[in-house]
Design a protein around this ligand. Structure first.
Ligand SMILES: [Fe+2]
Ligand SMILES: [Fe+2]
Length: 308
């Protein structure tokens, strides 16, 4: 059997491709790009909520938020490690992020204006991430699929903590309820954009589905998310900001309004509300960590020298 036939057979049998296996260049490149983009999103995604750690309203809320933001750092690290099994270098990936040559999820370019945003990010943004990521636990690349299993477990904690925070606020004062509704109004549409462009404009989807990197299309996952969120919104007592949102008994799904795709394009291309600030923050963090990396490298070299 040729290498290519072995690769195809593995995919067809729904088995995993491992780093030692032969794989087409396109598969390797697509996988590195997707995993890196995902890792960058986890790390940049620490910023919007991280901004509230020092201002959390109680010790309990602070402990929960710290744990959540630290989880996101962990997700980034598992994913950079998965990318390294494909021959990528973490330092190089970070440079690409800082230089704007690799992307991260557009959602993290929006500001967190009140503490209700922490709850809404947990509920909607981590909720959308779960919809996207649960099928990735069966992704054809072994290290990525295995990392996703643990990540998804932690994401469901993130979603629950957000929902519980919002429930608490909704049982509070009028001002708290208004804060929650305002945050929902601002995050709902960007959350729908997290699933990417519509299928008709997503040229890589077909190849990624054939390689079983992706299991569902963007529009399928977006629909699943809408259907899941509607009953949760009504249990919370918030209104989703879409006058066209209604149950369609023929489709057995919710219909929803047109997404402003020009906004997604603008934010992805770097012109969102906080793109420059997010990258600048990441660049500074990278510079601040330089002494740790060089100390670790010097230590490793010294130890090798003693042994050698
Ligand atoms: Fe995460
Ligand atoms: Fe998360």
């Amino acid at each position: 059997m040729t290498q290519e036939a072995a690769f195809t057979a593995t995919i067809e049998k729904d088995q995993r491709i491992e780093p030692r296996d032969w794989m087409p260049d396109g598969y390797r490149k697509t996988m590195i790009r997707q995993i890196a983009q995902h890792a960058h999103s986890e790390i940049i995604g620490m910023q919007p909520e991280g901004a509230w750690i020092t201002r959390a309203p109680s010790l309990r809320r602070k402990a929960i938020l710290l744990a959540k933001v630290q989880d996101e750092a962990g997700h980034g690290l598992y994913l950079y490690s998965a990318a390294e099994t494909l021959g990528a270098d973490r330092g190089d990936l970070t440079r690409r992020l800082i230089e704007g040559r690799q992307k991260y999820s557009s959602i993290f370019n929006y500001p967190t204006l009140t503490f209700a945003d922490v709850g809404v990010i947990g509920w909607l943004v981590d909720g959308a991430a779960i919809c996207n990521q649960v099928p990735l636990c069966r992704s054809s690349f072994g290290p990525y699929a295995r990392a996703m299993i643990r990540i998804c477990k932690e994401e469901s904690f993130h979603q629950r903590q957000g929902y519980e925070l919002l429930m608490t606020m909704m049982r509070g004062t009028e001002a708290q309820r208004d804060m929650v509704q305002d945050a929902v109004n601002r995050w709902w549409w960007p959350s729908l954009m997290m699933f990417g462009p519509p299928d008709a404009e997503s040229p890589n989807t077909a190849q990624s589905m054939a390689w079983k990197i992706k299991r569902h299309t963007n529009d399928e996952l977006r629909q699943r998310f809408v259907d899941m969120s509607v009953p949760q919104a009504s249990a919370l007592g918030v209104t989703l900001p879409d006058p066209d949102l209604r149950w369609n008994p023929e489709r057995e799904h919710h219909d929803f309004g047109e997404i402003d795709w020009s906004e997604l394009k603008r934010v992805i291309s770097g012109d969102g509300p906080l793109n420059a600030e997010r990258i600048e923050h990441r660049r500074r963090a990278d510079e601040d960590g330089e002494w740790v990396r060089s100390a670790a490298a010097a230590h490793a070299a010294k130890k090798q020298g003693v042994r050698g």
